[in-house]
Ligand binder design. Structure first.
Ligand code: PBG
Length: 324
């Protein structure tokens, strides 16, 4: 008779033992909840491809922020849908733009909730691209100035952190110096450092009404096949002053998350994006997957890969599940 000396099953016998040896734990502390603010009053419109997520007017966003806070989620990530879009995305850097007004309203009512803002032009431009377009091309350097302006107006309105998602070269440096010159040395930057040109953003573009009107984003967002380039992008952002680096999307990029955390040891965020959320939702609605178990498994995997922070549309559900 052969008896294995080491039996991994010994420590799997019951939940208390499993708890004792569990290597990764998901906590509400890890979560950031994205929100979409739109014009109007008492306005709430469900995003059809993201059940349970809404475009909401400022009054309702404030109520939502209170709920997020009461669930113990430390932070929200704010996206804006402007009244009017134009060629240069004017409302992105208007001190009375939709996001700037929303920040003021939220910080007034829920001051201890961390408000992070997406810094990009695509939600505000008529063509839907993340920068200034000339002759069908997205121009890098003149976009930088506008992004810095956008970040400054967010900070002036009371944002706690800014998150540039445009993928222009040099934007972290431009935003850092813009913030510093205006007295916002202590506002951190969470940079979308390794952001791929991904098909997983489809549902978000419905939410933010930011689908490019021509072409795609492959001339500025990263090619999903590249990991060495992702490391270079992160290195650049850190040199330029990023405080938190982000990988996006998450589920198809676990190797990037791992490599980046290992190489740089910086606070690392992963964006569990709209398409990742919608896939789980759709399968759960069909009764094909158990939404709670699958979501917790995915988020634990993202954490195990090396993420410290997860931006997820499931944040409120997870907070409730972890309480229960
Ligand atoms: C804006 C932006 C996008 C997302 C976050 N910021 C869309 C895009 O780049 O097209 C995607 C988020 C998601 O899919 O959940 N640049």
């Amino acid at each position: 008779m052969y008896y294995p000396a080491y039996r991994p099953r010994r420590l799997r016998k019951n939940e208390n033992l499993r708890r004792m040896v569990r290597e990764t734990s998901l906590s509400v502390d890890d979560l950031i909840y994205p929100l979409f603010v739109a014009p109007g009053k008492n306005f709430k419109k469900e995003i059809s491809s993201m059940p349970g997520n809404y475009q909401m007017s400022i009054d309702l966003i404030v109520e939502e922020a209170k709920e997020v806070r009461s669930l113990g989620i430390p932070a929200i990530l704010l996206f804006g849908i402007p009244e009017k879009k134009d060629e240069v995305g004017s409302e992105a850097y208007d001190e009375n733009g939709i996001v700037q007004r929303a920040i003021r309203a939220i910080k007034k009512e829920v001051p201890d909730l961390i408000v992070i803002t997406d810094v990009c032009l695509c939600e505000y431009t008529s063509h839907g691209h993340c920068g200034i377009v000339r002759d069908g091309e997205v121009l890098n350097d003149i976009t930088l100035e506008l992004l810095a302006k956008e970040a400054i107006t967010h900070a002036e309105a009371g944002a706690d952190m800014v998150a540039p998602s445009d993928m222009m070269d040099g934007r972290v440096a431009a935003i850092r110096s813009g913030l510093d010159e205006n007295g916002f040395q202590d506002i951190p930057i969470m940079a979308y450092s390794a952001k791929q040109a991904s098909a997983f953003y489809g549902p978000f573009r419905e939410a933010a009404e930011s689908t490019p009107q021509f072409g795609d984003r492959r001339a500025y967002q990263m090619d999903a096949a590249n990991i060495l380039e992702a490391l270079r992008e992160v290195e650049l952002d850190i040199e330029e002053g990023a405080d938190i680096v982000m990988v996006k999307p998450a589920l198809s990029c676990l190797d990037l998350i791992h490599a980046i955390k290992k190489e740089f040891g910086y606070p690392t965020a992963a964006y569990n994006v709209s398409g990742e959320f919608s896939m789980v939702k759709a399968a759960a609605e069909k009764g094909w997957l158990d939404e709670k178990r699958v979501t917790l498994e995915i988020l634990t995997g993202i954490k195990r890969a090396g993420a410290d922070i997860i931006i997820t549309y499931h944040a409120k559900d997870v907070a409730r599940w972890l309480q229960g």
